[in-house]
Design a protein around this ligand. Structure first.
Ligand code: 57M
Length: 356
């Protein structure tokens, strides 16, 4: 919005010339999202408490989680308001990729809202299969927009190798659905300790902010020999808003949490990160920087598969953050160590851009 209103005046007021730079608008969008969450945070926590939208804690949780009963959930609404508001303020709104990521983010957040609301009000959320169905429909809609209107490049990019770029053709649609639904659920599973999910989400968003900036710049893309996607640089602003809103949310979600993000936050943030990675053509890079999400999801898959076949538990409890809890690690130790692992993975992911 600001770009469309003020940039045309740059011939009169040269200061507005700065608005043409993605870097400037990304930093401004990050700080704007942070400000929105700081301003709305306390009010939203009070509101969610008044509306009795408190978390119901599952029976089989490790003992220390019982004290969390009643913590206001659906705090992800704060993140979504800040992300959408700041993106609308600082992005070039004629860019179709911006609207595509906003569509997926809002659609997944609506699904998460319904799940959270039913969990809190009726004690039971949407059935797993139903949730999976709607997640798939939203992912298919996103893939359809990419293929039909945005001339999507169906060559798969792999890190470290620049000459192997298999053309998946229509099969890419299956990959897009797998990535969006998988990331959305993996972030959801990870969101089981105070700040455990939002930390890696912010680090992943910051990494994708850099990747989209480079992939959207023909000179940088050529120099790094990564696929050039004209217009995807604008997603750097959207990624910046996730970092800013995440920081603001973490102010309230850090241990001991005053608020949980709920499925409204975890499903939408996972879908958002996945959509950005698909558009920038760096899906494997997301799997690297989002390695904690992958490990959390794999721990559940392995636990369930081995238990069903051998009646044995590989982990004390899955997802793996509960395994460390039952090993006696205190909550903040698990959280910060998972953030440290994510920062290391982010550095590795960024290095794959050069090592090819
Ligand atoms: C998503 N939700 C948290 C909060 C958050 C198949 C099975 C692995 C599914 C899985 C499952 O459904 N998990 C649900 C995780 C819940 O957090 C709420 O959910 C939102 C995110 N979706 O925003 O609203 C609890 O997590 C804690 N929490 C915090 N701080 C936060 O900032 O402490 C969340 C955010 C909250 C709070 O206690 O109530 C959750 O864990 O439910 N099921 C499981 O994860 C269960 N694992 C399990 O059954 N493992 C089995 C088999 C099936 C693999 C096994 O190991 O044998 C665990 N769920 C819980 N505790 N709560 C069991 C232990």
């Amino acid at each position: 919005m600001i770009y469309h209103l003020l940039y045309p005046l740059h011939t009169t007021y040269s200061a507005f010339n700065v608005l043409k730079y993605i870097s400037f608008r990304s930093i401004s969008a990050t700080l704007t999202a942070l400000l929105i969450t700081f301003i709305l945070g306390p009010w939203l926590i009070r509101k969610l408490k008044e509306l009795q939208l408190g978390q119901r804690v599952r029976e089989e949780v490790p003992e220390r989680h019982r004290a969390k009963e009643g913590t206001p959930t659906m705090g992800g609404s704060l993140i979504i308001i800040a992300v959408v508001g700041s993106t609308m303020l600082w992005s070039i709104l004629t860019n179709p990729y911006v609207w595509l990521v906003l569509f997926v983010t809002l659609a997944y957040s609506f699904l998460g809202f319904v799940d959270d609301y039913r969990k809190v009000k009726k004690g039971k959320g949407i059935a797993g299969k139903t949730k999976l169905f709607y997640q798939t429909i939203i992912a298919l809609a996103g893939a359809a927009v990419l293929f039909i209107f945005l001339d999507f490049n169906t060559h798969l990019t792999l890190p470290f190798v620049k000459n192997i770029r298999p053309d998946l053709g229509l099969f890419y649609i299956l990959l897009i659905v797998f990535i969006l639904v998988g990331t959305s659920n993996a972030v959801n599973l990870t969101d089981g300790l105070d700040g455990l999910a939002i930390g890696p989400v912010m680090i992943s968003a910051g990494t994708l902010a850099l990747v989209t900036y480079l992939a959207g710049n023909s000179q940088f893309a050529h120099y790094l020999q990564i696929p050039y996607t004209s217009g995807c640089g604008e997603l750097s602003i959207f990624c910046g808003t996730i970092v800013g809103a995440g920081l603001g949310f973490l102010w309230f979600n850090t241990y001991p949490a005053q608020i949980f993000m709920g499925d409204i936050g975890s499903l939408s943030l996972g879908g958002a990160l996945a959509t950005v990675a698909v558009i920038a053509k760096h899906e494997v890079l997301l799997a690297i920087v989002g390695g904690i999400f992958v490990i959390e999801a794999l721990s559940v898959i392995i636990q369930v598969a081995v238990y069903q076949t051998k009646k044995k538990r590989v982990f004390k409890m899955a997802p793996i953050h509960h395994h460390f809890e039952l090993k006696g690690w205190v909550e903040p130790k698990i959280i910060v160590r998972f953030w440290i692992v994510t920062i290391i993975l982010s550095l590795l992911a960024i290095s794959t851009l050069k090592l090819r």
